[in-house]
Design a protein around this ligand. Structure first.
Ligand SMILES: Cc1cc2nc3c(=O)[nH]c(=O)nc-3n(C[C@H](O)[C@H](O)[C@H](O)COP(=O)(O)O)c2cc1C
Length: 173
């Protein structure tokens, strides 16, 4: 089973979770940023897992990211803005249509990183976009918690991410 775990990450928390999820899925899985996860990689995958941080109560918008670019020094460490937003990546996602071959299309799962008490979230939008592109969800979306606005991840969250990855692999069997 080939899997790709795609992430948007500005301070490294979502990237760390993505790598742990890929480890949990197993040897056929790779974690890639939205810049690295090309249409060719996605088209070859059986499972697409997509994750992003919650910023401003939602999946980051491009205008929010522009705001981060405008004020890179306003954070404890500058944000990594070297890759497209998850929204931009989802907009360009190749459609997972079986077509006349009847070949089963890839399945999907979504996750977010966030603080514990915030309203809103990122995964509803990710799931909706993946589903409408033809990648049906195989599992309930997952949330991984950071202990401060910029991280770090709470103790045990990377292990939970590995276990979630292993569950996804099991569901794909
Ligand atoms: C500018 C900013 C806005 C944030 N807004 C929210 C929010 O509305 N809700 C939430 O749960 N977490 C919020 N967070 C916390 C981030 O979701 C959390 O730090 C996330 O893990 C960052 O992911 P990254 O390190 O992969 O970029 C915010 C963090 C920052 C820096």
């Amino acid at each position: 089973m080939k899997a790709v775990v795609v992430y948007e990450s500005h301070w490294g928390n979502t990237a760390a979770v993505a790598h742990a999820v890929a480890e949990g899925i197993g040897p056929g899985a790779q974690a890639l940023s939205t810049a690295q996860a090309s249409a060719a990689v996605v088209s070859a995958a059986d499972l697409i897992v997509a994750g992003a941080p919650v910023l401003g109560f939602s999946l980051p918008t491009d205008s929010m990211l522009k705001g981060l670019t405008a004020n890179p020094g306003g954070h404890p460490t500058p944000p990594d803005l070297s890759h497209p937003s998850m929204r931009t990546w989802l907009d360009a996602l190749p459609r997972g249509i079986a077509g006349s071959t009847g070949r089963p299309t890839a399945r999907s799962a979504a996750f977010e990183t966030r603080i514990s008490w915030s309203p809103g979230g990122a995964t509803t939008t990710i799931e909706r976009e993946l589903d409408s592109a033809g990648y049906r969800p195989i599992a309930k979306a997952a949330r991984f918690i950071v202990s401060g606005k910029y991280g770090p991840l709470r103790a045990g969250e990377l292990e939970r991410a590995r276990l979630w990855g292993a569950e996804l692999a099991q569901l794909m069997r």
